[in-house]
Design a protein around this ligand. Structure first.
Ligand SMILES: [Zn+2]
Length: 338
């Protein structure tokens, strides 16, 4: 069995879990990998694996070695000595459920601290898909009211990434440096999630998923607004248009406003009540907060559970589906002279 040692230090909080004898819960699904070659007659040998994640190669940190090792792995231990395992609370789209000892539920906390039993044994970290709904990833503002209009926040999602983004420069209202600033704001979502918000630029307006346009025409006290077209059946997005009201955005605010509007274009209809959040009004400063990221991710529950490599959405089906629209106006943030 090949072991891979990673140098990353654990930053997880430690919870002290009771000893083996304290837990007698039966049942428990999941699998545990087979023996790792047997003990040496005097010691114990633990085999650590993960069940329910999309990949087996999930790192688990183990003490006393204090190393993060990709599962599955086996390690020799001294019977009666302390053993601590640190599993991640979440692995991509999955959340930690419980530890199994030889197939029996031992603990529901991702950090497991106990005493090494005699002989060979297995420990399995079981993961399950995150629950869909506003509490899929917390903390978030998915279930809050938009302070802009008092209406409940809503979540939509793109069926596939990368999406195609078209910058409409036909009127030459901004120069290249502004577009680069805006793109830096767009990029923050993919940088933060590693999954959501990947896009590629297109020069073909007709095939664009998201169109970015610029205007000098004010709309209320807004600095920008985003329009969404979505399919009402599953809340997937069909098109989005982001409009920047150029004279109302100060030169150093395009990245922040860009991140805010791209959040809408990725499916967040509504705003946060917490000023630090980039998706509040006026928008908070970058970087994106956990609430920003979790709210977007909550809208992508079906995307996560479906898997990231599903077949592209068939065009023939989408043409006959009912659509709805949303217009999201964003006051305040980055206003020149505000
Ligand atoms: Zn907004």
């Amino acid at each position: 069995m090949k072991l891979r040692y990673l140098s990353t230090a654990s930053v997880m909080a430690g919870f002290v879990i009771g000893s083996f004898s304290s837990f007698g819960c039966g049942g428990g699904g999941g699998s545990s990998s087979g023996g790792g070659g047997g003990g040496n007659g005097t010691g114990s040998r633990v085999t650590v694996s993960v069940s329910g994640a999309r990949s087996q190669n999930v790192p688990v940190e183990i003490d006393p070695a204090r190393s993060k090792i990709n599962t599955p792995f086996s390690q020799d231990l001294a019977p009666g000595g302390p053993i601590t395992l640190y599993a991640s609370e979440g692995v991509a789209d999955r959340q930690f459920q419980h530890w199994l000892l030889n197939g029996q539920v031992l603990s529901t906390q991702p950090t497991l601290q106990t005493t090494t039993p005699a002989g060979d044994f297995s420990l399995t970290a079981v993961y399950t898909p995150r629950a869909c709904g506003p509490n899929g990833f917390t903390p978030n503002f998915a279930g809050e009211l938009d302070p802009q209009d008092g209406q409940p926040n809503k979540l939509y999602w793109w069926h596939d990434f990368p999406i195609r983004v078209y910058f409409d420069e036909t009127q030459s209202l901004v120069d290249r440096s502004v577009i680069e600033q805006i793109r830096a704001g767009f990029d923050t979502w993919h940088e933060a999630t590693g999954v959501l918000g990947a896009y590629e630029l297109t020069t073909d307006a007709a095939s664009a998923d998201i169109t970015v346009r610029f205007t000098h025409q004010p709309e209320g006290n807004g600095v920008a607004f985003t329009d969404l077209v979505f399919f009402t059946g599953d809340n997937t997005l069909d098109k989005a248009t982001i409009t920047f009201i150029v004279p109302r955005i100060s030169a150093d605010a395009f990245t922040r406003v860009g991140a805010h509007e791209f959040g809408h274009a990725l499916g967040l209809e509504g705003h946060s009540n917490v000023p630090a959040d980039v998706m509040s009004i006026p928008s908070g400063l970058l970087p994106l907060t956990a609430r920003d990221i979790n709210t977007l991710a909550s809208g992508y529950c079906a995307y996560y559970n479906r898997g990231r490599h599903a077949a592209p959405r068939p065009a023939a089906i989408t043409e006959h589906r009912a659509t709805g629209t949303a217009h999201i106006s964003c006051p305040g943030s980055g206003i020149t002279g505000d």
